[in-house]
Design a protein. Sequence first.
Length: 95
Amino acid sequence: MTNKPIQPSQTNAYYVQAVISFGLSLTAMTVAVIYLPAPGWVRAFLGLGLLYLVTSTVTLSKVVRDRQELSVVTTRVDQARLDKLLAEHDPFRVD
């Protein structure tokens, strides 16, 4: 069986861009809700909606990541089983 190292699928620049983009959008929305010319209860409701959106986005990203990692592990296990079967198979053996 060959050991194939798992290669990262993203660069550091992509990671930094995603973090900066998330932080910038969260900051912009927070400032927009704070300075919205509306009563306090409306701003509080929108702030609560913003918080719910952020937490559900983080949860969704974790679920997608976990599902992708599970498929990689399953594929590697299936490949290991196939490699073992091929290594044990003798095409010239007569029963």
